[in-house]
Write a protein that binds this ligand. Structure first.
Ligand code: AHR
Length: 317
């Protein structure tokens, strides 16, 4: 990828001069490795762990990459710092999953001024910066919410629904909520965030069970929060999947095990294993080859009663 010299800021000029002093690393076939800085959100869920494993496996040295992986431990400020470090290090491509949609304007402008292309992964940004990324790969969150809403509408049209939202302000939360509400907005009796993790999901569900005693259906924006909610439901003396119908998103192994047992009733998949697509896009972006602006990872749906042990055994994550 040719650097846009005219647009280089002070930091990028420094990183270029540093880069000039070092010999680029070579891959197993003698090709120069593509230097990638990847900023991951953290490890809030089973989905995230599977996604991180997939990213690391695909952006390997054998596959032609020199990867700098930064775990933001769930904090946007850590992500912004990592992105600035990548600029200073003079990486060829920056890739990241934005924890929330907003708050990126300044750092995205700095990346742009440094002439480094951005490959967004999983979630999108909402920014005033023009053309902030070359390409994005991830799931259609709106569709996931719609699929969950359609299933509830068909099977439990009169449900009294509590919604466990993901990290507020994230693309996954905003879009899943919008999609689900297209079908079931009138039935929602309460909402709270569980931040996409099991413990917060459990705590939010404990409070909701006390506040909304007539709730009979839970829509959780991911499996982990649904699994935390199941603990709260059992502790309250109710039967998950029977007294309270449970619909989640993701399809990680622990979620699918609960589906098989009937504690979760319906899961809309969000497949985290798309490191190979990320690698392919980064290679094309680095080589200045054309890429689609949006690349959708295709999802499936799973229902208790039709999902089988054989299917579970075949799942990789
Ligand atoms: O952005 C994808 C979402 O983030 C997954 O559904 C959730 O489990 C994760 O934390």
């Amino acid at each position: 990828m040719k650097k846009k010299l005219l647009a280089l800021g002070v930091a990028a000029a420094l990183s270029l001069s540093l880069a000039a002093c070092t010999t680029p690393e070579e891959g197993t076939n003698g090709d120069t490795l593509i230097k990638v800085g990847f900023s991951q959100i953290g490890s809030e869920s089973g989905w995230r762990t599977a996604n991180t494993d997939s990213v690391k496996a695909s952006l390997s040295k054998d596959n032609g990459f020199e990867l700098t992986f930064a775990d933001a431990m769930g904090k946007q400020e850590n992500q912004i710092k990592a992105l600035r470090d990548f600029i200073t290090a003079g990486v060829d491509v920056i890739s990241f999953t934005p924890i929330v949609e907003t708050g990126w304007d300044q750092v995205l402008q700095e990346i742009k001024d440094a002439g480094i292309p951005v490959v967004l992964v999983d979630r999108l940004v909402d920014t005033t910066v023009e053309d902030p990324y070359v390409t994005w790969v991830g799931a259609d969150f709106r569709l996931e919410g719609q699929l969950a809403g359609q299933w509830v509408k068909e099977n439990y049209p009169d449900a009294k629904i509590f919604e466990l939202q993901g990290q507020l302000g994230s693309g996954a939360q905003i879009e899943r909520e919008l999609g689900f509400h297209e079908y079931m907005a009138a039935n929602i009796i309460g909402q709270a965030t569980g931040n996409f993790n099991r413990e917060d999901g459990k705590v939010a569900m404990e409070a909701a069970l006390a506040k909304y005693p007539d709730m009979n259906l839970l829509f959780a924006h991911n499996d982990d929060m649904g699994l935390g909610a199941i603990e709260a439901i059992k502790a309250a003396g109710k039967v998950p999947g029977v007294d309270i119908i449970i619909v989640t998103v993701d399809g990680v192994k622990a979620g699918l095990e609960a589906l098989l047992e009937g504690e979760i009733n319906y899961i809309v998949e969000c497949n985290p294993v798309f490191g190979d697509q990320i690698a392919d896009l980064i290679k094309k972006v680095y080589a200045d080859e054309p890429v689609n602006k949006e690349n959708i990872v295709v999802d499936a749906t799973f229902e208790h009663g039709t999902f089988t042990q054989e299917e579970l055994d075949q799942r990789k994550y």
